[in-house]
Design a protein around this ligand. Structure first.
Ligand code: ZN
Ligand code: ZN
Length: 304
């Protein structure tokens, strides 16, 4: 008999943790670059040394993304049967005669390049061709980034972000990445050191910068927002945010162009909030806003 058989939840949990870790690397670089810009550094003119160091980090992030996806694929296989993960012929398995039970971890498990084939063989539904292509591209991409002399930081950052968002949404179409990322921040050891007060600030700032890098189609696909539409504060994110520091991140959008539209979607919360369409109590010249949260008594245009 076999003991300590992993569950698909184990694999999904670890896989998503790795994706969050990878995202964290890229987000930190982007945030620091944004800070630098704020303090007067022109991002087009950062030193070659910065670029070479950043490339190494982006590569690490890509490697971690790839590993995360491998765990998620193993989880998928595990849902069919964990025993499918065992590779090698029975003659090479640990002997069943030496111990009462064999630890699952004693078995050699599938190599990364076989995961998709196994999954496509046993699953009801084959993986999307473009998913397989992207998965195989990841390793190649790492080489390209490592050896490219591109000075466009955005392109390189986008590689990690896009791959990660695309693969996560393909494997878990009903899950919101922003929510997972937010949970990742809440579960970060730093949250025990007091950073939990700033989670709303952090996630909103990070997503503002990242959504800026995405095309409108990507923003729609991964964060369900229309970048072309006017942005508002999310009442919940604004409420949760720490206002000892500036909070200026507007990510929520009304769900339709209708002038009487009273639902507002926030990609960070992945929730729709009821709003009323009344004029802001501020002077019209100060704030022409007319999207108000009655629950939090706040104008979602100026925050008043
Ligand atoms: Zn929100
Ligand atoms: Zn206002």
């Amino acid at each position: 008999m076999i003991s300590n058989i992993p569950t698909h939840e184990d694999f999904y949990k670890t896989g998503k943790e790795l994706l969050v870790f990878s995202w964290d690397i890229v987000a930190k670089l982007l945030l620091n670059l944004d800070d630098a810009e704020y303090f007067g550094v022109d991002p087009e003119e950062v030193s070659e040394e910065y670029w070479s160091l950043a490339s190494r980090q982006i590569n690490t992030a890509l490697a971690i993304t790839q590993q995360g996806i491998e765990f998620l694929l193993k989880g998928r296989i595990c849902e069919i049967s964990p025993y499918l993960l065992i590779s090698d012929t029975p003659s090479k398995w640990p002997s069943p005669y030496d111990y009462e039970s064999i630890e699952f971890s004693k078995f050699r498990t599938l190599d990364a390049q076989d995961l998709i084939r196994v999954l496509d063989t046993f699953s009801d539904q084959k993986l999307d061709v473009s998913f397989v292509q992207k998965f195989n591209d990841l390793r190649e991409k790492r080489n390209v980034i490592m050896h490219s002399l591109s000075t466009s930081l955005d392109v390189q950052f986008s590689e990690v972000i896009e791959s990660l968002l695309y693969m996560h949404s393909t494997l878990f179409p009903s899950e919101s990445w922003a929510k997972i990322r937010k949970e990742g921040l809440s579960n970060h050891p730093n949250s025990e050191l007091g950073s939990s007060d700033f989670i709303s600030n952090e996630i909103c700032r990070e997503l503002s910068i990242i959504i800026d890098l995405l095309t409108p189609a990507q923003a729609k696909k991964y964060f369900k927002i229309d970048k072309g539409r006017r942005a508002y504060f999310c009442p919940e994110c604004h409420y949760e945010a720490n206002h000892d520091v500036d909070f200026e991140f507007k990510l929520a959008r009304l769900t339709s162009r209708d002038v009487s539209c009273s639902s507002l979607y926030c990609p960070v919360c992945d929730s729709v909030y009821e709003v009323s369409r009344n004029d802001c109590s501020e002077d019209k010249e100060v704030c022409p806003g007319n999207v108000i949260s009655d629950t939090y008594s706040i104008c979602l245009t100026c925050g008043h």
